[in-house]
Design a protein around this ligand. Sequence first.
Ligand code: PEP
Length: 256
Amino acid sequence: MARRKMVAGNWKMNMTPENAVSLIKTLIPLVQNEDVDVAFCVPDLDIIPCLEAVKGTNIGIGSQNMYFEEKGAFTGEIAPDMLTSVGVEYVILGHSERRSFFAENDETVNKKVLKAFEHNITPIICCGETLKQRKQGITLDLIRMQIKIAFYNVSPENAKKAVIAYEPIWAIGTGVGARTDQAQEVCKAIRDCIEEIYGDLVAKEIRILYGGSVNASNAHDLLNQPDIDGGLVGGASLKVDFGKIVNYDKIQTESN
Ligand code: PEP
């Protein structure tokens, strides 16, 4: 079965509820592509109005984080059933900004991944190396470790439903994305790692996105790589350009 492409927007800490709804309404007609799953991962306060705004479309709404406990004394956190009770389908876990600013680590990512599956939420699991780690030549080792820990104790049935986002930290928000060959190399290594853990069937089914300065100019080449099943898009998901990324297959470039 061919993997469906997916393009997910990560709005980060942007958009009041009112601005969020207005942006969603602008983007809805631009993100129509029957071959691509589209999701917006929005700030928690924007979730309910965004869900209302996408009603009747096939756009999914996701959160950008979630705690690994059910409820209780965890000030400032959001519980999985708070998300599912309103219709959230996706959650970004282990984004590098959460790792670097909020002490997220591979172990907490794993706990959150397990909890997300318990509640039938699709995790978008982020991994990626710093520029220093790339220069040290440890990118593939590091990514394999991140993946192995994130998927620890995750069943094959759940693993194949996960979405992985390879996001080199040096490419996030910098305007300098990874070259297509660099992105493809790591996404293939991730698929190989999944194959080692779960076998061929899960590896063939799991979706691996690339994220890091994806825009309307580089989307076509990136998303046409054999192991890249879509994009996790930050800055450009707040602009009409997001529609061009979702419709990457219609962009004319020198390579097509
Ligand atoms: C991100 O934050 O996940 C991201 C990829 O950001 P940007 O597209 O702005 O680099």
